[in-house]
Design a binder for this molecule. Structure first.
Ligand code: SAM
Length: 232
């Protein structure tokens, strides 16, 4: 089977670090799917307006080639225990396809483009989308389902504060980057640092959101945003 992208994702996540590990963990993430020719026509999405959620089948385009390993080490198990690749949602899999259910806000047409507006995505900017399907509650929602080693959503780990300078800067930058403050808080609260963190009070971490370099430090379960700069 040869797959052709039907759309491309535009999201605030410009690098993998900081992206939530599943959709819905950060509701504030607003993204769009731009339909690509020849699918960029209203008729391709006609009827979708009655649905609140979509399934996206997409490509993990920003990963190295698969090594052939049949096991992976999920972050949910601390990153040091192996499970079968088909028992995980890891990006490292034989066919690098991802599956995410996202909130469907609506679609708009502008300048020959058809854009699907979505919320809560766990997708890198530029992700190719191979298929879009409406989420069917009667078939897809299974309240009694068991979640194995990932049976509940990860809890926020850190409280988040802003230095006075970062706070002012965030207010300025938010005019052109909707929900910026809420997005920064939600991303840092989930503590995107790798599993082993130790206590490195002085270490400054950085994450790229939109065109911004957001820097923060962690002290006693509190992340403080210290600078927000535009990448040049
Ligand atoms: N919900 C999907 C699934 O279950 O198939 C994705 C789960 S995967 C664990 C989510 C992670 O994939 C994100 O945290 C991000 O690091 C990574 N990711 C998102 N988009 C990607 C892309 N286009 N290429 C490579 N990695 C990506």
């Amino acid at each position: 089977m040869k797959l052709t992208p039907v759309g491309i994702v535009h999201s605030p996540f410009r690098e993998k670090f900081g992206i939530p590990r599943q959709p819905g963990l950060i509701a504030e993430v607003a993204a769009t799917i731009e339909l690509l020719p020849p699918f960029n026509r209203e008729e391709a999405v006609r009827g979708l307006e009655g649905f609140s959620h979509l399934w996206l089948i997409f490509g993990f385009h920003a990963i190295p080639p698969h090594t052939g390993s049949l096991t992976v080490r999920p972050p949910r198990l601390g990153g040091n225990q192996r499970v079968g690749v088909f028992a995980s949602r890891s990006t490292h899999r034989p066919n690098p396809l991802g599956l995410s259910a996202v909130v469907f806000v609506g679609f708009e047409q502008a300048a020959g483009k058809v854009l699907l507006k979505i919320q809560g995505a766990d997708l890198l900017d530029g992700t190719p989308v191979y298929d879009i399907k409406p989420y069917l509650p009667y078939a897809d929602a299974i309240p009694a389902a068991l979640g194995g080693f990932a049976d509940r959503a990860p809890e926020p780990q850190l409280s988040v504060v802003f230095s006075a300078a970062a706070d002012r800067r965030c207010t300025e930058l938010e005019t052109e980057r909707p929900q910026l403050r809420a997005l920064i808080i939600a991303v840092l609260a989930l503590d995107p640092r790798p599993a082993f963190k130790g206590e490195e009070h002085e270490r400054v971490y950085g994450v790229r959101l939109f065109d911004l370099d957001v820097r923060w430090q962690v002290h006693e379960r509190c992340a403080q945003v210290v600078t927000i700069k535009i990448f040049t």
